[in-house]
Ligand binder design. Structure first.
Ligand code: NI
Length: 138
């Protein structure tokens, strides 16, 4: 690997044991791979904290029979059309729908959209998966 930097890490014995157990559970190849994954996850968290451009997905579950719900849901997504890249709708059963709204933009806008969606009566759950555009993550 080009530009590889090596450094040593000191850990308490108990923490080191828990770290190795986590590496086995997650099926990571070794401690170096584990550190790379953990550092990247922290860098993504920093992007969200600094309100840099990020990507993510809002997942909703709702009963489509609820009056006005679909109208409100569509109206809100049109208000945030610059933030939304795509929407996928899955009919889970006779009543329930799952919708995945993929977003790219400022974290504060993504959180505003999630909160506005969750405020609609009949939305059973709404969560935001925080990811990255990948541009600032090596
Ligand atoms: Ni449906």
């Amino acid at each position: 690997m080009a530009g590889l930097v090596r450094f040593s890490v000191s850990l308490e014995k108990e923490l080191s044991g828990k770290f190795d157990a986590l590496i086995r559970k997650r099926k990571w190849q070794n401690r170096s791979e584990a550190f790379r994954k953990l550092i990247k996850q922290e860098l993504i968290e920093e992007e969200w904290l600094k309100n840099e451009e990020v990507a993510g997905a809002i997942v909703l579950v709702y009963d489509h029979h609820r009056r006005d719900l679909l109208h409100k849901l569509t109206h809100l997504q049109h208000d945030f059309s610059k933030l939304i890249l795509s929407t996928q709708h899955i009919h889970l059963d006779h009543h329930n729908c799952l919708e995945v709204i993929v977003v790219k933009g400022r974290p504060t806008d993504a959180q505003r959209l999630r909160d506005a969606l969750k405020a609609i009566k009949g939305i059973k759950c709404g969560s935001l998966a925080a990811a990255s555009t990948g541009e600032r993550i090596p």
